[in-house]
Ligand binder design. Sequence first.
Ligand code: AMP
Length: 310
Amino acid sequence: MSVLLVGSVALDSVITPVEKHDDLLGGSASYAAVSASFFAPVQLVGIVGEDFPAAHVEYFRSRDIALDGLQVVPGETMRWTGEYEWDMNVRHTRNIALNVFESFSPVIPDSYKNPDIVLLANIAPALQAHVLDQIADAPVPPRFVIADTMDLWINITKGDLLALLRRVDMLILNDSEARLLTGETSLIKAGRKIQAMGPRYVALKKGEHGCLLFGEGAFFSCGAYPLEDIHDPTGAGDTFAGGVAGYLASLPKAAVTFADLKKAVVHGSVMASFNVEAFSLERLRTLDPAQMAGRFRGFTEMSHFADGSL
Ligand code: AMP
């Protein structure tokens, strides 16, 4: 089964207190697609300009990511610059040039038929909804639809986001975004309030402190992998979402259960933990399944503390 994925494909500049790198492969779809590709085939929908390096296209192809839905148009690829403080949880967007993204209208090619898992990675909610519109008549509805979002869309297109939430199975967002969306300071209240807005499931990310998963009458708290060295947190959320979607697509089952989602968020956390070890997607380029399995087992060990007795 495959993952249908829409999002941004960008060239990033990233500044940390100790390093600065330009012209990096970035964008929500790039991180999410490569992460998901470790579990299942991916069908990418996005847009780049004619300046987008062929080497990046080749890399996507080498990961079994279908690119029939990647529009290559005259103009420049989206560019984004982010700068981190010493506390790497704090990031400032220094510059964003949407370029070809400004006129992007996602088109699902005929070759992407019957999507199984749909991941609407971070882009404007109206564009995410446009993808759902195009698959509304699929003979078999997708098994599970996941949406990611960011503070920008909560601030400037909240109506579109609320409309989208009624159409997805799961929303992924971070703690500050959940507070912004709901006006709640308690993350537990915020998670429940977002469920009432539409999605049956909510994954609420807390950066280096893991994530909370809300289901129907169910709750799961997943820690984060204790890393000593974080080089670039960019794309951690997208890599997490890609891991969740990819793992769900790899399950040969008719329906997604809360138990599946618990494992999925751990796989997502494992992928994110690798991603932040190097700039851009560099760490994922060298990642192998044995390393992923090792860290997944590490998570299991770290979370298990009792045999049920007091
Ligand atoms: P994250 O660290 O998960 O927030 O994702 C960072 C990535 O999001 C970067 O690679 C950027 O290119 C991309 N990005 C930044 N702003 C936007 C935006 N407004 N829409 C879509 N993608 C964005």
